[in-house]
Design a protein around this ligand. Sequence first.
Ligand SMILES: NC(=O)c1ccc[n+]([C@@H]2O[C@H](COP(=O)([O-])OP(=O)(O)OC[C@H]3O[C@@H](n4cnc5c(N)ncnc54)[C@H](OP(=O)(O)O)[C@@H]3O)[C@@H](O)[C@H]2O)c1
Length: 336
Amino acid sequence: MKKIRWGILGTGTIAHKFASDLKFVENAELVAVGSRSLENAKNFADEFGVPSSFGSYEEFAESDEIDIVYIATPNNLHHPNTLLCLNNGKAVLCEKPFALNENQALEMINLARKKNLFLMDALWTKFLPHYQKMIEIVKGGSLGDIKVVLANFGFRANVEPNSRLLNPELGGGSLMDIGIYNIFTTLDILGKPDEINVSINSTEQGIDEQCAVIFKYNSGAMASLFSSISANLSTDVEICGTLGRLKLTTPFYDSTSVLEHYFDGEKQVIKTEKEEGLGYQYEARNATNCLLNGITESSVVPHSDSILLMQTLDQIRSLAGIVFPIEQDSHLNRNA
Ligand SMILES: NC(=O)c1ccc[n+]([C@@H]2O[C@H](COP(=O)([O-])OP(=O)(O)OC[C@H]3O[C@@H](n4cnc5c(N)ncnc54)[C@H](OP(=O)(O)O)[C@@H]3O)[C@@H](O)[C@H]2O)c1
């Protein structure tokens, strides 16, 4: 069977993890890596046995050896890097956050549709078996009407002040880095909120170190979502309904998380299948299969999910007063 030829753009932490999981994907091969530096590209290529390495993002995007690019650069580059790859005829799997704001996301999606190319937001946890099981249980109704979602994601980031996590130029902050997991998980469970309240602690550089978000729904449901890059939180999710409660144990984003189902005072632990690897192979497999079947939008992470997520993040940032430098004088200003 035909193999889908993957390229990876960027050679940092997540690029390494993704490359190591790509070997678990049938019908996929890693054929190229692109970096700002040829030396970094060659080192990465040596580590993973990649045949082609490029020392500029443009040369990488122009290569005719690649079918699909995994974009693993800092948040501020997702939009320009995606446009570069799409304009060179490449399908794209773009790391989260998909873009800095909704306008950027729409430009990316519109270009992919115009060029009839596959484009997906790399919301990898949505593909994990325990997450899929969680959705099945919620939609199945055994929890009753969902009234409360509690989601926390936090770790103590011991990083340089200029690191991508803390740097507003690179789209840093707890919300865009990890709070995003709380947000898209809750959107999957309860949908678009009717009201949002937000409170943050800002750093001197102007990004959120801690972010507390409340979603309110006309149905009476509420969600409390907390992210922090200054404290080690228990990173879990609780979904509470009128009949039962479901917990995704810490770390809820990881395939080691299990589901605890509380019903009538009884606790049932639901374990789901766990493959070898870190868990990135599930999204890579989905993208690979989409390409093999000529599909340009994944049903697991459709474009509408990415747009709703970006709209919600825009609204939260607007309420919190978080503005990225590129948004201050650009046509890519947020709508909110
Ligand atoms: N899905 C997940 O579980 C997960 C986990 C971590 C991060 N992420 C996302 O993945 C992206 C990359 O995160 P990371 O942790 O891998 O970051 P990282 O270790 O800092 O790597 C980012 C890479 O981007 C390239 N780059 C281009 N311009 C850069 C700049 N101005 N500063 C720093 N690097 C620059 C560099 O590669 P070259 O020098 O080779 O060009 C660098 O190695 C982020 O958007 C993040 O949100 C996702």
